[in-house]
Design a protein around this ligand. Structure first.
Ligand SMILES: [Zn+2]
Length: 261
């Protein structure tokens, strides 16, 4: 698993599965783990990466309720999980969904885990008001609504490091994906909300794919907006972004067409 330092207080790891990113953010003695890697060995090594860098992880954040972003408990078992109110509502309202999807992935790839995924109930999940702030050490993270990919979620802005954790937006490897609960209109509204943050960002961490500098992320934002607008206007005829036209991305496109059709 790759680990990259973006700032003295920000380390990003990129999983071998879906290039899912996990970001460690620190202020003073406290650090938070945002999203998660996927494979057991990656989760196992994460506490050592944090410790070596002097990041004392006291809590987890999840940008949204998709299972591949929720595995931080495997690395930091005792840590409370914070997420947007919309995400908490989804997790409480759909108990077992993340576990079921994780199990399907594990069965497909013959992956063994030390234990089933425990997300805890209402008590263990901290619902954060979004838009809003989340205190860490002597600083505050900014939380911005980021729905559209799914019906829930948030993007996290680290003001002192000028880093944006975008959730499942602005990916260099994945086209905009409207999941079962997603919406194209909400997706465009989220891109508009993220744009001023991207313009100020030194780095953008997409949910999937390596971290980007601000200029590259801004270019991807423009491509993604053009794609979603084209998708709404022309459905299946919509042009995929030039560098994201693999067979897998065409399947995502076909699913998006059903979603808007
Ligand atoms: Zn994802």
């Amino acid at each position: 698993m790759r680990a990259v330092g973006l700032h003295a207080d920000v380390i990003v790891t990129v999983s071998r599965a879906y290039q899912t990113t996990c970001t460690l953010v620190r202020s003073g003695n406290e650090a938070l783990c945002v999203d998660s890697p996927v494979f057991p060995d990656e989760l196992e090594v994460l506490p050592a990466i944090a410790e070596q860098a002097g990041f004392g992880v006291v809590g987890l954040l999840a940008t949204h309720a998709d299972w591949d972003h929720l595995l931080g408990r495997y690395a930091f078992g005792e840590a409370p999980l914070g997420c947007a109110e919309t995400t908490a509502a989804f997790l409480v309202g759909h108990p077992g969904t993340a576990q079921r999807e994780l199990r399907a992935f594990d069965e497909e790839l013959y992956v063994e885990r030390p234990a089933p995924l425990s997300l805890g109930g209402r008590v263990d999940i901290q619902a954060l008001p979004v838009p809003g702030h989340c205190g860490i050490g002597v600083q505050e993270l900014e939380l911005h609504p980021a729905d559209g990919h799914t019906q829930d979620g948030m993007a996290v802005w680290v003001p002192w490091a000028r880093v944006l954790m975008a959730g499942d937006y602005l990916s260099p490897i994945e086209i905009p994906m409207l999941s079962g609960t997603g919406s194209a209109g909400a997706y465009l509204a989220t891109l508009a909300r993220l744009e001023p943050l991207v313009d100020q960002a030194d780095h953008v961490v997409p949910g999937h794919g390596a971290p980007l500098d601000g200029a590259r992320a801004a270019a991807i934002l423009r491509e993604d907006r053009a794609y979603v607008e084209d998708l709404m206007a022309r459905g299946a005829e919509a042009k995929l972004p030039l560098a994201r036209r693999s067979g897998a991305q065409r399947k995502v496109h076909a699913a998006n067409c059903e979603r808007v059709g």
